[in-house]
Design a binder for this molecule. Structure first.
Ligand code: FAD
Length: 437
């Protein structure tokens, strides 16, 4: 008798999860797994880890919550500290697994893993569904290869054609029995901190946050407040849960429409949808351009005129550049795993324009630090700011003095994060920051 395996990736929820709904219909034994790849914690060729402590904390909390929810169905989540292709191989040979459920993947590397799994196991049926974006690809008024060159063109097309957003799916009523018994959390994984964090991972926390946000008046002033450098209420803060799939973009738009129905729509409520369209655009951009997302020249043919200065990069990472606003933002990121959108734009512009560094190192450091790290949104935004992506204006150079006057006129943010501890560039000994590459 054959069995089935559900491989969770960035779809860590049971509500509005088209793939869970599909898997719940089958009645052969089913195992739920999540694979924590040991590579995520190793230094990569940008001398960063893919998974830093804050990201890991949020992910681990999300996995624990998911396991608790699955228990209500007599099920459980088995966590492996092992590469996914090896785990799947094991299930294929030792548990006769012939059906694999896995969400449609947007990142190039994740797509490659899945292609290799399919190639190496000819009779393994791989069932997929979109769990990550607002619209399914076939609902869009263009094919992926015809993705509009700019966000504005994309937005206009979407707003002209208004594709229908699928109705939300309830969590399953019944899930088949597990194939294997629960296993303890691998002891080789990094510890999960018991401290209270700014955001708690997991589907329940996401649902609570969604309800809190839309029961406040904040959505009606979002457009005026969204650029603030600090303040939990100034933007939606949905990103960490969205990135891990603890909530779907559809659930957010659904709650937004309900809010508008009760309180009225205005520019601010529209702008929340507008920003979710940016997210949508970058997801499609990743599908369209594949591994060009990580290329120095991006989707263009010109490489930026930058070099690499290890010491400047270290100063940027630690928040000890000559620019107080950048330092404050980086210290906020290092301490909390979060940074506002305006902050991200400023520090990225500084890395590219003031420090003249290779933008990919900045993107890699964000990948390590951000609890809302999302491959498409992160690398797509970095390309955009570095002038090698979907920006018709070829890069953005922010005037840091002016930006400080606008967004931190009385230095409150800078003082809070001690951004004033500035250091000149190229004045420190670079020898303590060796780069393997
Ligand atoms: P809100 O302002 O409340 O926006 C609502 C939602 O819209 C967000 O949760 C997010 O899903 C989406 N969104 C908003 N702005 C953008 C944008 N510019 N691009 C894509 N989606 C957007 N966002 C990530 O989710 N993960 C990343 O790894 C990431 N890296 C970034 C790197 C750089 C250099 C820059 C400039 C931006 C990056 N962003 C990333 C986009 C944006 O900064 C965050 O989504 C936002 O700050 C998250 O806070 P929020 O949920 O309160 O956003």
């Amino acid at each position: 008798m054959t069995h089935s395996l559900y491989w969770f990736t960035n779809d860590l929820r049971l509500s509005d999860n088209a793939l869970i709904s599909l898997a719940a219909k089958q009645d052969t034994a089913l195992s739920f797994i999540y694979c924590v790849d040991p590579q995520w914690f190793k230094s990569n060729h940008h001398d960063c880890q893919s998974m830093g402590q804050h990201r890991w904390q949020f992910l681990a909390q999300s996995l624990q919550q998911l396991n608790n929810t699955l228990k209500d169905y007599g099920q459980h989540l088995v966590i492996y500290h092992q590469a996914a292709h090896e785990v799947i191989e094991h299930y294929y040979h030792h548990h006769n697994v012939r059906t694999l459920y896995c969400s449609e993947q947007i990142g190039y590397d994740e797509q490659q893993t899945l292609l290799n799994v399919a190639k190496n196991h000819g009779d393994l049926v791989i069932k997929q569904a979109n769990t990550f974006t607002l619209y399914d690809n076939q609902q869009l008024p263009f094919t992926i290869n015809e993705l509009p060159a700019t966000f504005s063109q994309f937005r206009k097309l979407i707003e002209q054609t208004t594709p229908t957003i699928n109705t939300l799916l309830d969590p399953p009523v019944y899930i088949a029995r597990p194939l294997i018994a629960p296993m303890p959390w691998p002891t080789t994984l990094p510890n999960v901190n018991k401290e209270r964090t700014l955001f708690a991972g997991g589907e329940q926390s996401a649902t609570d946050h969604l309800a809190d946000y839309f029961s406040s008046a904040n959505p009606s002033t979002y457009k005026e407040t969204r650029n603030a450098l600090a303040g939990i209420e100034n933007s939606t803060k949905f990103s960490p849960w969205l990135a891990n799939g603890c909530i779907s973009a559809r659930q957010i738009v659904n709650a937004l429409r309900n809010y508008e129905h009760i309180h009225g729509a205005n520019d601010s409520t529209y702008w929340i949808y507008f920003e979710l369209l940016w997210r949508e655009y970058f997801q499609l951009y990743s599908l369209r351009y594949g591994n060009k997302l990580f290329s120095f020249a991006g989707i263009t043919k010109r490489k930026p005129l930058t070099s690499f200065y290890p010491q400047r990069f270290k100063q940027w990472c630690t928040g000890t550049t000559p620019y107080p606003i950048v330092n404050a933002c980086m210290k906020q990121l290092n301490k909390t795993g979060y940074m506002s959108n305006r902050g991200r734009q400023l520090v990225a512009s500084c890395l590219v324009n003031e420090l003249k560094l290779d933008w990919r190192f900045g993107a890699a450091y964000f990948e390590q630090q951000l609890i809302d790290y999302d491959v498409a949104s992160n690398w797509g935004n970095w390309q955009y700011l570095a002038g090698v992506g979907a920006d018709p204006r070829s890069g953005r150079h922010f005037n840091l003095v002016k930006q400080t006057q606008t967004y931190d006129a009385n230095n409150q943010f800078i003082n809070h994060w001690q951004g004033d501890e500035v250091h000149a560039i190229d004045s420190l000994d670079a020898a303590d920051w060796p780069l393997s590459s």
